[in-house]
Design a binder for this molecule. Structure first.
Ligand SMILES: [Zn+2]
Length: 174
């Protein structure tokens, strides 16, 4: 049985920080390279460079998650996006789970955190809208040797795990 989802919520938070970090690094780069200095000394971007920002947001996440079920932030934590039925997501689903991101962004991730923590399938609002789930990193105790292991997304989908301690092959859900 999966016993603890707390580490997974942390992993999702860190994954988000990495992905948002890349996004903000891109904005920083664009403003630095193409920004126009205004009277108060600040720089701002216009036109095609400014247009790249939302384009990046609505391409990077959907393309990565559709193609690899993951992003640069999620990958190191073993997190993957699947449909609620445990299938590979469609591009439309990948796109839909981003449409209401502004709600998460403008609430500094608080709405996302609460939704993930308290909803039954640990979904963000975008996940609920797109019928997607993020899996991987769930903690489980091996029923053979009782050591604690972290499940890979594929192990949850296949409902079977291989214990690295005792090499026992068990089921995720009995
Ligand atoms: Zn074991």
């Amino acid at each position: 049985m999966i016993e603890n989802i707390q580490p997974k919520i942390l992993k999702r938070a860190f994954a988000t920080i990495v992905d948002y970090g890349i996004f903000y690094a891109l904005i920083f780069f664009l403003i630095n390279q193409f920004g126009v200095l205004s009277h108060d000394g600040s720089k701002s971007i216009k036109g095609i460079e400014a247009f790249l920002i939302p384009v990046y947001w609505f391409l990077y996440f959907p393309v990565c998650e559709y193609r690899f079920a993951s992003t640069l932030g999620k990958l190191p934590f073993g997190l993957k996006v699947f449909s609620e039925e445990g299938k590979q997501i469609t591009f439309l689903q990948a796109f839909k789970r981003r449409i209401i991101d502004p709600i998460d962004l403008f609430t500094y991730g608080i709405v996302a955190f609460l939704a993930v923590k308290f909803s039954q399938n640990h979904q963000r609002l975008g996940d609920m809208f797109a019928n997607t789930i993020v899996i991987g990193g769930e903690a489980l105790r091996c029923i053979n040797c009782n050591s604690k292991l972290s499940l890979e997304a594929n192990e949850i989908i296949d409902n079977s795990y291989s214990c690295p301690e005792c090499e026992y092959n068990g089921k995720v859900k009995a």
